[in-house]
Design a protein around this ligand. Structure first.
Ligand code: BTN
Length: 255
């Protein structure tokens, strides 16, 4: 389905809306693996995603009709596999920039790529690559944003939040989607043009707890540290009592 709502060149121009699907990432991945001729920038969005997937085998729960659950197809052949964290940075910065006009200050990116408002997660990103050699042939960027959901499961309610809980008002899902797509396109084109330093700075500028002393858990042990940077490979640097320590994904937990 072609759409004219988006003022972008390609991101979101081919928008496929599904009323119900297990996971928009699975759906898009299966189209790509069947070599369906999909243009770069294709977006699959679902009103109801009944088996949404999160990072590290977790699930992503979203009340039907209330939230944004969508997946975007990009073909960043210009990016080496080892540089894929740059795409993570570009996407999270784009989402932060699209959502902050609604929420105001308090919106940040929690390393590596969670979208946080104050101390609650309001959005997540799941990037899955289809690789050829050392290059990324296709990239499925799954994005979930809690928009108009008012309540969360008891288990989640201390950690998860939504834009509704900040504004006490509903937000139009399609207009937020267009804002996100347009910011993603700008960030992606910047990355493609090699203008990465600026993106990196934008990422660090809105990084949750950057430069602030906080407690972290590593292998069951609590350590105090201050984030001092994130490498181009996504490695987090913490200044601790024992000097600068570096951590890969999931090696450390925020508490
Ligand atoms: C995370 O755990 O933080 C990542 C969550 C990603 C959720 C989105 S919703 C749309 C897309 N389809 C999925 O199954 N997951 C992603």
């Amino acid at each position: 389905m072609q759409n004219n709502t988006f003022s972008t060149i390609f991101v979101g121009q081919n928008l496929i809306k599904l009323s119900s699907v297990d996971s928009t990432n699975n759906f898009l991945k299966s189209l790509v693996s069947k070599s369906e001729p999909l243009p770069e920038g294709t977006v699959i969005m679902a009103e109801n995603q009944f088996a949404g997937r999160g990072q590290v085998e977790s699930t992503w729960q979203a009340e039907p009709g209330k939230n944004l659950t969508f997946s975007l197809l990009l073909r960043p052949a210009f990016l080496d596999l080892s540089a894929q964290f740059k795409l993570n940075m570009a996407i999270s910065v784009a989402i932060q920039q699209a959502v902050i006009p609604l929420t105001g200050v308090g919106l940040s990116i929690k390393w590596p790529n969670d979208i946080y408002f104050q101390n609650k997660k309001i959005g997540g990103i799941l990037i899955e690559n289809i690789v050829a050699g050392s290059r990324i042939k296709a990239c499925i960027i799954g994005i979930g944003i809690n928009v108009n959901q008012q309540k969360f499961d008891e288990k989640l309610q201390n950690r998860a939040g939504s834009i509704y809980q900040i504004l006490h008002n509903d937000v139009n899902l399609l207009s937020l989607l267009t804002q996100i797509c347009s910011r993603i396109e700008v960030a992606y084109l910047k990355l493609r043009a090699g203008n990465y330093n600026n993106l990196r700075q934008q990422y660090l500028d809105c990084l949750y707890l950057n430069g602030v002393k906080a407690n972290y858990r590593q292998n069951g042990e609590i350590i105090e540290g201050k984030i001092t940077g994130v490498g181009d490979n996504g490695i987090l640097s913490l200044e601790t009592n024992a000097g600068i320590k570096t951590y890969n994904f999931k090696e450390i937990e925020f508490i």
